[in-house]
Design a protein around this ligand. Sequence first.
Ligand code: NOJ
Length: 743
Amino acid sequence: MKTRLLFFIASLMILIISCQTEKKKTPDKEDKIGPRIDSIVSLMTLEEKIGQLTLYTSDMDQTGAFIRKEYEEDIKQGRVGAIFNAYGVAYTRKLQELNLQNSRLKIPLLFGYDVIHGHRTIFPVPLAEAASWDLDAIEKSARIAAIEATAEGLHWTFAPMCDISVDPRWGRVVEGAGEDTYLGSRIAEARVKGFQGQSLGDDNTLVACVKHFAAYGASQAGRDYHTVDMSERKLREVYLPPYKAAVDAGALTVMTSFNDLNGVPATASKFLMTDILREEWGFEGFVVTDYTSIMELLHHGVAADTLESSSLSIHAGVDMDMQSGFYQTALARLVENKKVDEQLINTAVKRILKVKFLLGLFDDPFRYCSPEREANEIMTTEFLVSAQDMARKSIVLLKNENQLLPLDPKLKTIAVIGPLADSKRDMIGSWSAAGDWSKSVSLLDGIKTKLPYTTILYTKGCDVDGENKDDFMNAIEIARKSDAVVLALGEAFWMSGEAASRTMLDLPGVQQKLAEAIFATGKPVVAVLMNGRPLTINWLDENVPAILETWFLGTTAGDAIADVLFGDYNPSGKLPMTFPKNVGQIPIHYNMRNTGRPFKAQDKYTSKYLDVSNEPLYPFGYGLSYTSFSYSEVELNNTSISENESVEASVVITNTGKYAGEEVVQLYLSDKVASVTRPVKELKGFKKIMLQPGESQKVMFSIGKDALSFYKEDMIYGVEAGNLEVMIGTNSAQTKSAFFSLK
Ligand code: NOJ
């Protein structure tokens, strides 16, 4: 009787709430939805509240039957708040209906998925997109991913990954924006804006999840899931800003990282999840764990059992438990035993309900379940064109001796060789969401489409990995018959991404040997690299005349690469991560601090190695074009400013070559004397400009307090008087300078 009455009241309340919420227009002010959330929470049992804090992966088999019976029951009883890895209108509708038709309070489920670089139309892997330095294009890529994902019932993506990393051994660098804090922050903002669109009330906006908070990219020795220990200065200066930029851009969820930070696992870190995220940054969304991180507190050795790890997490400020089921098992007992105050759980529930409200799910839980959208807004021609555009922009020209590229499309015979040349699967990279690799364009297909009347000879030459050289002779033979060779080398898609760290970054298997054999034919060779991280490719750099870094470019990869190879697109990408000469140099990045013994060739007792130089193979920000650009001297409008003034720095860039082309003009600053040691230089701005042959353009940067502030000796963030060097150039190692002082 009592239950029935409660159910009646609850249904009435929800009806009132739904009616009050204007259709299509979602309230975006907490003061409007706050009372509604409060009233729902006041009706919830403890079990239902804990249900909202519980996220499980989808659990149906091909026939639509639940694999774990208790899972179905959990949904029916309102013991699950969100589900991930379920997409498609029919599937998500089925789960939502199961929830709404059976659960007492009918609180809509939230559907999440790793939509990392496209949903169905796969865009370049995030590291590749970062190489475009094109924020509008990156935002657009995330927007298209959101349109497709939401057309298939999804509400929430586990992206963007905002982890800075200076360690290419770590396979997850493929998922980030590289090594730089400034570039990473701008890209994080662009991705959040793209996913979340104009208003979460629209039915094609996807809630973003900033991950992996925090400092996951600093895993010791580049080994995934490994431990992290760093100074608070480094954490705040280098690692935190991209997460903060994403939060400031409006991201509504944050994911904890797997690692510990200075002895405290992130998933148990009040310092990260509450002190920094909520109190310092004012984050108002909810925090979800990465996968079974609450359970993993046991392995970290900071909790002895389910109760203790759940208690640590909820007290740290972690709202939602992904997959470990620990909250579900332990929180009620913790409340009973007075180890956890129910208010803490209420707060977490409210944060989650708020996101569901903002998405409009209380208006219409099926608003993301449109069969029409699913039929019409997936892999449209427009999306494929954008994906190809993004792919072209992501390509970095690493070497082009004697202007070998672009190749003449009138060549009679071209050999396309290499283990990645005819691969479709690898093109969509790791974390490729619902991407169908069979729809992607391999390099071979791209070249054949571009040059229908040219003789294209293809052979694999060898596998990506392994020792087999059986196809070498064949490869040499077709190279000999050709006017030029396009050699596709690199890593398989699974060699980067999660749980894909490597200690050797040379080309795997016998690929270099294949390259040596082909090179020995004397034919002009273009190496097309495909990989998810910087590789050590000294031999290629020394020998092969032209090298294109193409990463994994997504569904339209082959067409995009063919556009660049044959001159329909002039490459403009710049490396978002340093390419080391060898693994022993790692971590190597452009913004290291100086030492007390800076390198001097003639002085043994300075900072260097005996066996390799301090210089990378290719520096951060590096990338060539088919044209050439000249930079004028840097001009400053002022050589002495006070704290609240700014300096305008300008350069004139001229296209001195014969192709129209884009250039990423990069601004770096160096603080000469400070209360603490400072990076030798730091990126503080960039502009991408297009110039016709012979055309010049003046590029201006304004340098003010934002660019000049840092954590001083006392850890107060601000500026110090002193001398600064302004450097502007085409990459981090090739710049022109001017100086000013801050009074
Ligand atoms: C583990 C990964 O670390 C994280 O990035 C991802 O979002 C979750 N699994 C869910 O798939």
